[in-house]
Design a protein around this ligand. Structure first.
Ligand SMILES: *Cc1c(COP(=O)(O)O)cnc(C)c1O
Length: 382
């Protein structure tokens, strides 16, 4: 096992991850496949480690956004089913074929290129057809040519159309239903042409919970497996997987009128005790938490004071009693013990939870907890 080599780390609770998977399993129909979304290094949790933990619990279908993310996972275990949801440029499609990745396509042209490459390697390559039902990001528009185009792709001998999918804008139930119905109608028309897919899918985390009728053959769940969806907490008992911790590098007293950090933008209104913590915005913590953020120490809240630096920040400990300079502090957690939750942190930082967790950089060690014990420490730098 690696050493931490640092007093700032992310704790990744794999027990909570599996708990969340079981909650989802109990909620969806038995014949719905759980596609787990591991893009953005599994939302900052570590894609390889999360994939391994899921695979040990019989989850075998992993979704990523880019070719590189797909290659990382396939390299760690060739038995994973790895589906790239984003667009892969033509010149890199050969890597999809070489590595048996599952590709999104939404043009006949890419189907033909992929088919030629698959022929060259004597393989059959699985694809999912992406349909644009209104999000206007990627996908085939639904029009007079759609069925003809999908039929053309279907006739390519070295391509297996494993799935067809779309993505909801989550505007409101009315618009989401319009999108769902558009996909459903297309799928039904294709059935009449005897074109079937193993996986029809449209749901992400929120829609999986909000619209059980939309689940079809697969759900693509990201945020919810990491315990990040608050809207659904009433329906599913999900637990946050990530928390962020540190320890003081220095504590000192300053006099009333002294200031702190760049621009000296915070000035002590009284004699104060100031602690320095060894984390900053280059670790992934939002820089704009200056003047808004707080950390939790011994269940009490200590405000961040002064501009947050690249590698360090300062907190006001004047009102915190009975702490030891070696105590661990919680930078964020699930809101228990007076910690700031990822939800509140995201609100204060004017962003969303996925953005907060996927920012963490490789400079931050990850401690993995399994069966309530430290199971693994990942330090990407050494
Ligand atoms: C990221 C992504 C998801 C997962 O979204 P969550 O809200 O994290 O569940 C599903 N589908 C697509 C196409 C995505 O890009």
């Amino acid at each position: 096992m690696n050493n931490l080599f640092r007093h700032t780390y992310l704790k990744i609770n794999l027990d909570n991850l599996i708990h969340n998977i079981n909650e989802i399993k109990n909620y969806i129909s038995k014949d719905v496949t759980i596609g787990t979304v591991l893009k953005a290094d599994a939302y900052g949790h570590g894609a390889k480690e999360i994939a391994k933990a899921l695979f040990e619990n019989d989850i075998t279908y992993f979704l990523v956004s880019t070719l590189l993310e797909g290659l990382e996972l396939k390299k760690s275990n060739e038995n994973y089913n790895v589906f790239i949801m984003g667009h892969t440029p033509d010149e890199y499609l050969e890597e999809i074929v070489k590595n048996d990745l599952i590709s999104t396509i939404f043009t006949v042209d890419q189907g033909i290129i992929l088919n030629d490459l698959a022929k060259k390697y004597k393989k059959t390559i699985k694809v999912h057809i992406k349909i644009d039902t209104g999000f206007n990001r990627l996908g085939m528009k639904v029009n007079d040519n759609t069925i003809k185009n999908i039929k053309e792709i279907n006739q390519l001998p070295n391509i297996e159309m494993e799935g067809i999918f779309s993505h909801l804008a989550l505007k409101n139930k009315e618009f989401d239903t319009i999108q769902f119905n558009k996909l459903k109608k297309l799928i039904n028309s294709l059935k009449e042409e005897e074109i079937y897919f193993k996986y029809n899918h449209i749901c992400d985390s929120i829609s999986t919970v909000l619209y059980p009728d939309f689940q079809m053959d697969m759900v693509r769940v990201g945020a919810i497996i990491y315990g990040l969806e608050s809207e659904e907490k009433g329906v599913l008992d999900i637990k946050q997987v990530m928390s962020f911790h540190s320890k003081f590098s220095y504590i000192r007293e300053i006099k009333k009128g002294e200031s702190i950090s760049y621009g000296m933008r915070w000035t002590a209104k009284r004699d104060s005790i100031i602690g320095t913590l060894p984390f900053g915005y280059a670790d992934g913590y939002p820089r704009n938490m200056y003047q808004k953020g707080y950390i939790s120490i011994n269940k009490k809240q200590a405000p961040i004071v002064g501009v947050i630096c690249m590698d360090q920040c300062m907190v006001d400990l004047t009102d915190i009693e009975n702490f030891n300079k070696n105590d661990e502090v919680t930078i964020f957690s699930d809101g228990s013990n007076n910690s700031i939750s990822i939800d509140d942190l995201a609100n204060l930082a004017s962003t969303n939870k996925n953005d907060i967790v996927s920012r963490f950089t490789k400079r931050v060690p990850r401690i993995y907890i399994k069966n309530n014990e430290v199971y693994n420490i990942k330090n990407e730098l050494v």
